[in-house]
Ligand binder design. Sequence first.
Ligand code: ECB
Length: 134
Amino acid sequence: MPVDLSGTWNMVSNENFEDYMLALGIDFATRKIAKMVKPQKVIRQNGDNFTIRTLSTFRNYLVQFKVGEEFDEDTKGLDNRKCKSLVTWDNDRLTCVQKGEKMNRGWTHWIDGDELHLEMFCEGHVCKQRFQRA
Ligand code: ECB
């Protein structure tokens, strides 16, 4: 049985988000606002089926997928790109590869103690976020 990431999680730290956004080509004004917000993750894990909501006062983002099945992702409201995304379990880490215009793009989630961790990467830049249960 894989770990269960389900729940409502509040962001408690966000390292290197600016670099990650620069790698994605996010404009100055958007970056200024985006780095102020503390998003909440709402994750529903039902077997291999996931719904991940990232909620903030600025923007919201929704992704739904099945582990092991490539899907078309439109990062609408983020960098507005189309990706072929594939999420798999790498031991207890839920890992997504986002194939598209940007090289080496993706993210990985895992739980350590009572914290949810997220690393988002793009072209060698890595943003590290931690969340605690709401
Ligand atoms: C929805 C959060 C809004 C805050 C940032 C708004 C605009 C910045 C534009 C682009 C920056 C790229 C990503 C923003 C960071 C988090 C949003 C969700 C990232 C993501 O793909 O999370 C995964 C893993 O939890 C599920 O979609």
